[in-house]
Design a protein around this ligand. Structure first.
Ligand SMILES: [Zn+2]
Length: 375
């Protein structure tokens, strides 16, 4: 045990320029926030109304937007003695209190809508399964959404697009990173509102017909959501939407048609990773009948070695389908996923989604250098 367990990654406000709507109370809040946090504030008629992500600086120097559950599990892994078993269920909640990792916590969900970088925004977070929905402003032709989640989120997502300064009719494209209902259920609503629905060819039929693959988590349902699919993607495709170019990377394993997208923004490589890569070694759910662990490992290795125009890509931002958003050094998370997969598959161990209870994860937490306070 070393000093790495003694200091915690504290949620601190940093970073994004705050754009303030010209209503008096919000204006006052902006001035106050600028005073307290030293951030720049721009006030102009017609500006979008945006929130700021609540960010933390981790021991590895990554700037991340935690959700509360992930943050607390990670902090607990730092302070729970290695000879105690990892608590589950109600015991986990008790341990969080007992070991004091409930004192300084990030919000249960991130403020929305928030600008992540350039024309990339967070516009949706499902409460049930921490799904994340992103919007990319593609200029005069419209905006695209990635993974619009459940249909119950539709109105809120559209309202958040409005707060980003775009109209509902500007939503021209909806991409699913894969077919699962927690990512695609709202497709039919956006389709009815005039958006094109786009996903990989290997998952398209599941969305069109509403199969058990689509509804993986809701087997009790008699009917599954369906949507028309307007465009089928394949590996290596350059997807041009308005003024943006997305590079399509087929990453099967979690589902046959899972994809990741590369978007280059302000000289940074942004990885939209769906349920393929998550922060800090969390993995996609691989217990489904059609999950393919060998393909999953190959897909993650492909991301780690990914080249664009013969040049290696160093992943900067990780925008996953659930959980924690990473604003820099995302290549660390790709590497951790590959290492976990290789290790677990070599041992013949069943893949778990969350890494926190694993002995090697807990040992590594104890070995990490002390936390660097946020900026
Ligand atoms: Zn999924």
């Amino acid at each position: 045990m070393n000093s790495g367990i003694e200091r915690r990654a504290k949620p601190v406000p940093v970073g994004n320029k705050m754009l303030i709507h010209p209503s008096v109370c919000v204006w006052f809040r902006g001035i106050l926030a600028a005073f307290v946090c030293g951030i720049s504030v721009r006030v102009a008629a017609g500006e979008p109304l945006l929130e700021r992500l609540r960010l933390s600086r981790t021991e590895e120097g990554q700037l991340v937007a935690f959700n509360r559950g992930n943050y607390q599990a990670r902090e607990l892994a730092k302070v729970l003695p290695l000879d105690l078993p990892w608590p589950v269920g109600a015991e986990l909640a008790k341990a969080v209190v007992k070991f004091g990792v409930n004192r300084v916590v990030p919000p249960a969900t991130q403020p929305m809508p928030s600008r992540i970088l350039g024309d990339v925004f967070l516009v949706g977070q499902d409460r049930r399964s921490t799904n994340l929905t992103y919007m990319v402003d593609c200029g005069a032709e419209g905006v695209m959404l990635i993974d619009p989640s459940y249909d119950s989120e539709f109105e809120r997502t559209v309202a958040n697009v409005g707060k980003c300064g775009r109209k509902p009719g500007d939503i021209k494209w909806v991409i699913n990173t894969h077919c699962h209902t927690d990512h695609s259920w709202a497709d039919y609503k956006f389709s009815a509102a005039g958006a094109q629905i786009i996903l990989h060819e290997a998952d398209a039929t599941a969305v069109e017909r509403g199969t058990r693959v689509t509804a993986f988590e809701r087997y009790e349902l008699k009917e599954f959501p369906v949507s028309r699919v307007d465009r089928r993607l394949s590996d290596g495709e350059e997807l041009r939407l308005g003024n943006k170019v997305f590079h399509v990377i087929h990453t099967p394993g979690h589902t046959p048609g899972s994809i990741c997208l590369l978007l280059q923004v302000e000289n940074k490589n942004v990885l939209f990773s769906g349920d393929t890569i998550f922060y800090d070694g969390m993995l996609g759910l691989q217990s489904l009948a059609y999950s393919d662990n060998d393909r999953y490992l190959k897909s993650v290795a492909k991301l780690e070695m990914f080249k664009l125009n013969a040049q290696p890509v160093r992943w900067d931002l990780l925008l996953p389908g659930h959980g924690v958003i990473v604003l820099d050094r995302a290549y660390l998370d790709v590497q951790k996923a590959r290492e976990r997969l290789e290790h677990d598959l070599m041992l013949g161990r069943e893949l778990q989604v969350m890494p926190h209870s694993l002995p090697e994860y807990r040992r590594r937490m104890f070995g990490r250098p002390p936390t660097t306070p946020g900026e």
